[in-house]
Ligand binder design. Structure first.
Ligand code: 6PG
Length: 231
């Protein structure tokens, strides 16, 4: 088990602390390699962090953002993760950053997954992967009970992007696979509430990633996982 949990006391402090950490990593990547790559979670938890990061003193023209997952809806749909990133993160100076979408407007989710798979296979090691967490222990769009989940959980798998249908959550999903997500220098989870902290503890004690997909990330020994948490 190689993960740590930092309690920031409040969601505002969590957003500020996570922003400071990510900004420092992206700046170091730009200094060392001339570019930085950051893939972020969808959902509601990261929106405050997005707004904080959009004001960072970075040369965003050297930063590429992506998503760990997407609902297979158009970018103007209320449920689009791309829409959330463009509305809350790619604003001001951050609007000069590159964004690599998962939704491609193809005939179906499988076609978009195949296209995004080719793209994400060409991207280098990420500097930051920011995961979210659902109360059912899903992360990204790696949902318990989803057809195709086992293949998407294989660290040695050949796919970078998969199309999955959550058993209950809305929309067909496009998700980065474990094989792509673990190819990162820094691996973070942002989560809030006591309930999600309980899910993390239960998942850390579980060896069953099919039932609790976040447990794969909590129990792997490849990249230290840091949980950024607030009540
Ligand atoms: C999504 C996310 C998903 C999210 C969790 C938590 O597309 O919904 O990527 O994995 O991180 O469902 O969502 P909240 O942050 O809204 O609780």
């Amino acid at each position: 088990m190689s993960y740590s949990v930092e309690n920031f006391g409040s969601r505002e402090a969590l957003d500020r602390g996570l922003c400071a950490r990510v900004e420092a990593i992206l700046q170091a990547a730009i200094d060392e390699r001339g570019s930085a790559f950051c893939v972020v979670s969808g959902g509601s938890t990261p929106l405050g962090f997005f707004r904080q990061l959009s004001t960072a003193k970075l040369d965003f023209s050297k930063v590429t953002f992506g998503l760990v997952d997407e609902r297979w809806v158009s970018p103007d749909h209320d449920d689009s993760n791309e829409r959330a990133v463009r509305s809350h993160l790619l604003q001001g100076a951050a609007s000069s950053a590159e964004f690599v979408p998962l939704f491609g407007g193809g005939p179906d989710a499988a076609a978009d997954a195949a296209a995004a798979d080719q793209t994400f296979k060409t991207l280098p090691t990420f500097d930051v992967v920011l995961l979210g967490l659902g109360l059912d222990a899903h992360t990204a769009s790696l949902f318990p009970g989803a057809v195709g989940l086992q293949a998407a959980l294989e660290p040695g798998g050949c796919s970078a992007v998969a199309a999955l249908q959550p058993p209950a959550a809305p929309h067909t999903r496009l998700t980065l696979t474990v094989a792509r997500l673990i190819n990162t220098r820094h691996l973070f989870v942002q989560a809030t509430s006591a309930e999600k902290l309980e899910v993390l503890s239960a998942a850390a004690a579980s060896e069953d990633a099919l039932s609790m997909p976040i447990s794969w990330f909590l129990n792997q020994q490849l990249v230290p996982l840091q949980v950024f948490w607030a009540p």
